[in-house]
Design a binder for this molecule. Structure first.
Ligand code: FAD
Length: 301
């Protein structure tokens, strides 16, 4: 890894951190040590870096705010790439061009102030634009698929390409990017509609209060653990199985919202994973429903 550090510095790729605790870069606040975290300055530097990592066979992972991932407790012997410097926000009438590293919450408040409607669903989703485009993040019967018109991506072959809404194959919490590993979202274009700032703000505030009331936001978590099965709610199934408050090590099924697992007391990543598997198995045995995990396990193999 010393060679990679040297390469990053020599080529002025961007800020770099060595031996970083992943618990500081994920909302569950679990995970081992990453050899390198790098914040490329721009697209050109990102491509130079990726070319080198690919040539040398070094593993890497693009990370947003880590609000949907569970890194294992073991060391990540590779490079974590954060796109915080991809922070452009340009608003032209109803069209918004936004960099992959921008906070979705920040963007939703900014467009609200501009009197633009369409991102009210997103004001409580603590990720980046890149993570949201990848996950098709959503809430309140809306998601990124409704507002993204096109995405500028880097292909696995390191070519810059535009993918349009229909190319992104958006479905409930799924996208072309999830199904095709190696694509990196650099920037997205959203098309919103004109609305009334005051009304948009009121709706966002109402939803924020609802989240505070029904979600355990006072604890580290990564939001909903399981996808909702068709015409049902994962939380309802978990609650009906009597699992609210069940804990393994420092990980616990939230008493407030059964589809949240919280890091209630210095949990390890293994505690979280073991509890997810336990909940999955109990729900399957008691109800026959095979819940699908929404969160992503990284570096477990
Ligand atoms: C309290 C809480 C509430 C939540 N509520 C919701 C909710 O209501 N609805 C919802 O959908 N989600 C919710 N989430 C989950 C999470 O916030 C979303 O999935 C979010 O979109 C993840 O964004 P991120 O930037 O943190 O991505 P990360 O967790 O960092 O990464 C997720 C995946 O996206 C990939 N990725 C990240 N950036 C890029 C990029 N630029 N290009 C390509 N791939 C990339 C990563 O490699 C990884 O595979 C919640 C989470 C928390 C903690």
């Amino acid at each position: 890894m010393l060679e990679v550090i040297k390469f990053i510095k020599k080529n002025n790729i961007g800020r770099v951190i060595q031996n970083a605790l992943l618990s500081k870069y994920t909302t569950y606040k679990v995970g081992g040590v990453a050899s390198i975290i790098v914040f490329p300055k721009n697209e050109e530097k990102l491509i130079i870096l990726l070319k080198e990592l690919k040539d040398k066979g070094i593993i890497y992972k693009v990370l947003g705010y880590g609000s949907n991932v569970i890194f294992s407790d073991k060391a990540f012997d590779g490079v974590i790439i954060r796109l915080d410097e991809f922070d452009k926000i340009e608003i032209d009438d109803k069209k918004v061009t936004v960099g992959a590293g921008v906070s979705l919450v920040k963007l939703s408040y900014k467009v609200m102030k501009e009197g633009l409607s369409g991102l009210e669903f997103a004001s409580g989703i603590p990720g980046t634009i890149g993570g949201a485009v990848f996950m098709n993040a959503g809430a309140y019967k809306s998601d990124m698929g409704y507002v993204v018109s096109e995405v500028r991506v880097l292909t696995p072959e390191l070519k810059i390409k535009t993918l349009y809404n229909e190319d992104l194959k958006y479905k409930y919490r799924s996208s072309f990017l999830q199904d095709n590993p190696g694509y990196i979202c650099l920037e997205a274009k959203l098309v919103l509609s004109h609305g009334n700032s005051k009304e948009i703000k009121e709706l966002m505030e109402k939803r924020r209060e609802k989240r505070i009331m029904f979600q355990p936001l006072e604890y580290p978590s990564a939001g909903s653990v399981f996808r909702n099965p068709e015409n049902d709610f994962a939380g309802r199934l978990i609650e009906d199985c009597g699992l609210k408050g069940y804990s393994i090590g420092g990980a616990k099924v939230s008493e407030k919202h059964a589809n949240f697992i919280i890091n209630s007391n210095n949990a390890t990543a293994s505690d979280v994973k073991t509890l997810i598997e336990y909940v999955h198995n109990v729900v399957k045995e008691q109800t026959g429903v095979d819940l699908k995990v929404e969160q992503e396990f990284v570096n477990w193999e």
